[in-house]
Design a protein around this ligand. Structure first.
Ligand code: ZN
Length: 163
């Protein structure tokens, strides 16, 4: 797998434990690999399909809640569900802009149907994780918390807060 930024060579940097909350409310531990690009010096997290950066719940739960305004089978309190909905209302237009820009730069990396606002209206499941991945890979993922921590690697500071 080449570096998503420069196509350079990636080597294993370390592994981090990361928890996620399943639809049922159960907690599950995942081991996330961090990869270092020897060419551009960036650190990349290997993001599993089930995760959205900064979110503790699995992507399919968030997807379900943002899609169905009234009912969902997700075990989370009402304030969490409302937070996801307002996050998504803010994030979806930004994500569409990113995906459109990426599609123009790298036509093969972004699926034609991965615009979350369009997909939310009724396409196959998994669209949230599909939309998140190319944005994260291009280092364009931003958060309302804007809490970008940095890791110092070889004298340069790199964003390192996707988990
Ligand atoms: Zn690179």
């Amino acid at each position: 797998m080449p570096c998503p930024c420069c196509q350079g060579v990636l080597e294993l940097f370390d592994r981090r434990r990361r928890s996620q909350i399943l639809e049922s409310g159960e907690k599950q531990w995942l081991l996330i690999r961090r990869l270092h690009c020897v060419d551009c010096n960036k650190i990349h997290h290997e993001l599993p399909d089930v995760l959205v950066p900064y979110k503790r719940h699995e992507a399919s739960s968030i997807e379900q809640v943002t899609k169905n305004r009234e009912s969902s089978s997700v075990s989370a309190d009402e304030s969490t569900l409302n937070r996801w909905r307002s996050w998504f209302a803010w994030w979806a237009p930004y994500a569409c802009g990113c995906l459109e820009a990426l599609r123009q730069r790298f036509p093969l990396c972004v699926e034609a149907s991965s615009c979350p606002a369009q997909s939310a209206l009724g396409s196959a499941g998994g669209w949230l994780a599909r939309a998140v991945r190319p944005i994260v890979n291009a280092h364009l993922y931003i958060t309302t918390r804007s809490a970008w921590m940095s890791t110092k690697i070889g004298g340069r500071f790199m964003p390192d807060s996707l988990l």
